[in-house]
Design a protein around this ligand. Structure first.
Ligand SMILES: C[S@@+](CC[C@H](N)C(=O)[O-])C[C@H]1O[C@@H](n2cnc3c(N)ncnc32)[C@H](O)[C@@H]1O
Length: 519
């Protein structure tokens, strides 16, 4: 493959491509479908970038420089049409579309599907409980490009703001997907039919990123052969950042029960439940059901149930300190996490009217959810972890000031709970090592950030291997240090050392004097 300059920066902005005449009928078909949907769109676009809101400054289209154009080595053979940019085309192999005027196969090139809107035939239909869905209106082959996920390309800041606005407006469906570390595609107001594809925990489609005229674009591709009439679905990899929990109605045997249940935010907030653990039953979690209009808990009972979920966390024998950085406006739902008494909660209840509670719930839980494209995070998950400092470039917060639900272990008080000085020192030493590994990782992130950002199209997929290796090494070191730290605590709980004279058990009856970890 010839490429005039390979290491050049690529813009993340989306190119607005227009479909050729043969595709126009399909676009018209989409237009009809959109107008008949519950969100009445004025027009349909076939490129990811849409200009509509005057207050919105969209990313600008980039003009691909000559030296950045990737040129494949395919040769068109009239007796074998598959010879023109098929599976073995070097551009296809690197998820890059050929550039018109530069492909050796000229008009025979088959690797311009995004640009030419070579979509599969699809049809909107009304699902039961999941709103609109999209189905295959023809047989689709495994690996086939189905449709581009189009919408407004917005910054992560804008995405965060919009998510909150949509939540406040009572919009129930999420249409913002991540394009790369810095940009998102919002198909809430404008988009292609791809916006109607629902989530499944056992999907027949997947998202893939392609470079089209130097810009990253997201397409929906078939994971398997799909028969006409079958609903299309992909795994949203939904990131849950708080807010209303949406029950997944995909019906798959391996269903995760909630949208975003696999995401860190969800797991931290709701705590991971294990097999046989019935603390987090569906009845105890405030649910948004697509079929209902009211996305927030509307009755006192529901709110009380919500607290009940948290209450059920009481009573564990060993408790570590919970992070209590919470704000008062949502304290009614989080008092147990903060360790406040039930008496307090009752007093609070008299202070808040039900309506105020509803509002507080809404504010505190502003749904900042986004759908990650599957392929986006397949390779190196480079970025600060939950304990790292926030990245400047990615501003989607988890939950505003909400205690994350994660229990933080602070080694000082824990170490002091052990009677043995030797154990105290051991635990303190491991915590220092853990802190150092965490800080090394943060420093490394700052160091490699420019390199990541140079690969603007996707910080996770396209960083050089050397950087990824550094990152993996530092992450492993941090994990090991964390493990050592926690192990030092667990080990000394399980096999306590006696206090005072380290060699001999102390106390009259020979029992060790280790203090048990309580509150
Ligand atoms: C990208 S939209 C999909 C189209 C949507 N059904 C509509 O009517 O516009 C995503 C939203 O659809 C709903 N949804 C998608 N998959 C779902 C599922 N498996 N179970 C429940 N709701 C689902 C959720 O409300 C989600 O936020």
């Amino acid at each position: 493959m010839r490429k005039k300059t390979s290491a050049k920066k690529r813009s993340q902005n989306h190119g607005s491509s227009s479909c050729n005449r043969s595709n126009r009928s399909q676009i018209r078909h989409q237009k009809v479908a959109f107008l008949s949907s519950r969100f009445c769109f004025k027009y349909v676009v076939n490129a990811c970038l849409v200009y509509s809101d005057p207050s919105f400054t969209p990313a600008k289209h980039m003009k691909l420089k000559e030296e950045d154009i990737s040129i494949c080595e395919c040769k068109y053979d009239a007796s074998n049409p598959d010879s023109a940019c098929g599976e073995s085309c070097l551009n296809v192999l690197t998820n890059t579309e050929c550039t018109p005027g530069h492909c050796p196969c000229n008009e025979h090139c088959r690797n311009q599907k995004f640009q030419k809107c070579k979509y599969a035939k699809t049809k909107l239909f009304n699902t039961e409980g999941r709103g609109w869905g999209l189905l295959a209106d023809e047989n689709i082959k495994a690996g086939q490009f189905i449709i581009e996920y189009c919408g407004e390309v917005i910054s992560s800041e804008e995405a965060k703001q919009r998510s909150q606005t949509y939540e406040t407006q009572g919009l129930k469906d999420a249409y913002i997907i991540s394009l790369n570390a810095n940009y998102f595609i919002d198909a809430t107001k404008k988009g292609s039919l791809a916006r109607f594809i629902n989530h499944s925990c056992q999907p027949n489609c997947e998202t893939r990123k392609w470079t089209v005229l130097g810009e990253t674009r997201v397409g929906i591709f078939a994971k398997q052969d799909i028969f006409v009439g079958t609903e299309l679905a992909y795994d949203y990899n939904f990131e849950w950042y708080g807010g209303v929990t949406v029950r997944c109605l995909c019906g798959a045997a391996n269903c995760s029960i909630f949208l975003g249940a696999k995401s860190q935010g969800f797991q931290e907030y709701n705590h991971l439940w294990e097999e046989g653990d019935d603390r987090y039953t569906v009845e105890n979690i405030p649910l948004y059901d697509s079929a209902e209009d009211e996305p927030f808990p509307s009755t006192h009972e529901t709110v009380t149930n919500y607290s009940g979920v948290l209450e059920s966390k009481k009573g564990s024998e060993i408790k570590f300190e919970a992070d209590t950085g919470m704000e008062s406006h949502y304290s009614f739902g989080t008092q147990d996490v903060a360790g406040k008494s039930e008496e307090n909660e009752t007093n609070k209840e008299t202070e808040f009217s039900l309506e105020q509670k509803r509002q507080a719930f809404s504010q505190a839980n502003a749904m900042i959810s986004r759908i990650r494209s599957n392929s986006a995070c397949r390779n190196y998950n480079i970025g600060p972890g939950p304990s790292s400092k926030p990245r400047k470039s990615q501003h989607i917060p988890k939950q505003r000031g909400r205690p994350s639900g994660r229990k933080y272990v602070s080694s000082k008080p824990v170490a002091q709970l052990f009677a043995s000085k030797e154990v105290q020192e051991e635990i303190t030493k491991y915590e220092e090592l853990k802190n150092k590994a965490t800080s090394d990782l943060n420093l490394l992130y700052d160091e490699i950030r420019p390199a990541i950002e140079e690969h603007e199209q996707d910080s996770q997929n396209n960083v050089p291997t050397s950087i990824a290796e550094k990152w993996i090494e530092a992450t492993c070191s941090k994990w090991k240090a964390e493990l050592d730290f926690h192990f030092s605590i667990v080990k000394n709980v399980m096999c306590p050392k006696p206090a005072g004279n380290e060699a001999k058990p102390s106390g009259e009856d020979g029992k060790n004097e280790m203090k048990y970890l309580t509150n």
